[in-house]
Design a binder for this molecule. Sequence first.
Ligand code: NAD
Length: 251
Amino acid sequence: MIDYGLQGKVALVTGAGGGIGRAAALAFARSGASVLVSDVNDEGGRATVALIEAQGGKAAFQHCDVSDSAQVKAMVAAAVHHFGRLDCAFNNAGITNIAADEYDEAVWGRAIGINLTGVMLCMREEAEVMLTQGGGAIVNTASINGLVGNPSQPAYVASKHGVVGLTRHGALRWAKAGIRVNAVCPGVIVTPMTAPLVAKEDMRQLLDSMTPMGRMGQAEEVAEAVVWLCSGAASFVTGHPMVVDGGATAV
Ligand code: NAD
């Protein structure tokens, strides 16, 4: 694990109660940042805080449904309240609807509301704080489904393409203000989201074989990219949708 030199910095992570968000929260803390851990899942979020504290880091939990603007405002305020500033934000909370019909308007609306509108609400509040500080770094979680199509998940694909577009917009809007905005586009990663698929042996083999590297990714492999993008090592990188996909989109 590389130390990305985030001592004295403050990071905020949404959807940090498990999966990629938890791995990123732990990685931010290992690089020295204090972490505002946020999720709708209070138990998962508090467990992430406990894991960070157990490794000697500083963290606090704030419940937040990212599709609710008042809760997003309160979450960003909580980061400043607990730790005094906000330097890095990882807008990662998201849902998928593996079994549901995403052409159903309610299912569609929920996916867009969390995966896309949620990212917009977070970026809006985070940028407001970062502008007063003279800069910061934001990373949004898109997906390889934000870069290529998929025949079965219209809302997921549309929301993640939207996240890539919103990332490019934010990068341009705040480029001269010192705020960098990037995205990560994970391929298939082993997390609670993919657990129902991974649990089926034939499906696991199919998912492994679909990736050129012959395996699914680990949440920590996405977290490394996120912390790097937020660090000074990526000081000239903005507006970039970075794939972490074992070669899936290189095909
Ligand atoms: P996960 O289900 O383990 O984590 C998602 C987290 O988001 C959960 O802790 C959940 O409680 C939280 N969440 C759900 N709705 C929320 C809301 N309205 N407000 C706040 N938090 C909410 O899944 P994951 O795989 O870690 O997914 C994280 C992100 O990565 C998602 O945006 C997902 O779309 C994306 N992604 C995952 C994969 C994969 O293969 N796992 C691939 C590409 C992209």
